[in-house]
Design a protein around this ligand. Structure first.
Ligand code: 5GP
Ligand code: ZN
Length: 115
């Protein structure tokens, strides 16, 4: 999958609509189209990085920023105190479906019911 055909690159370029929560030069956060919890949004880098297995040393700052942006939005959505999950699925065995790195934030219910 290259950046031209990638669904999340298309979202980042504004070619596919999304419910945007945050954006800057490096990152984009938007609501998951098929939520698995009352709160379920994604944080993605603008750069087309296929999987967590493809990250490099130069991505270190961006990875930390992804978690911090996610944490701030979670707090704004009122789930900071009750808690939530931040998850990155990596490749086939990790359950990855979209091959553009993304961080899931899921909460608003008891997430201990999930595996
Ligand atoms: P994965 O299994 O790859 O970690 O998760 C991919 C996530 O992307 C799923 O939760 C799915 O609902 C979400 N998703 C897939 N296509 C789209 C889309 O076009 N728009 C949005 N907002 N979310 C999507
Ligand atoms: Zn992409």
């Amino acid at each position: 999958m290259n950046a031209a055909d990638c669904i999340f690159c298309k979202i980042a370029r504004g070619e596919i609509p999304c419910e945007k929560l945050y954006e800057d030069d490096d990152l984009l956060a938007f609501e998951d189209a098929n939520p698995a919890a009352p709160v379920h949004f994604l944080v993605i880098p603008r750069e087309h990085i296929e999987t967590l297995d493809d990250v490099e040393e130069r991505h270190k700052t961006m990875l930390g920023k992804m978690m911090l942006v996610a944490t701030k939005i979670a707090r704004d959505k009122g789930i900071g105190a009750t808690g939530y999950r931040q998850v990155i699925n990596c490749r086939k065995s990790g359950g990855q479906v979209v091959f553009h790195l993304h961080l899931h934030i899921m909460g608003g219910r008891d997430m201990r019911q999930m595996g």
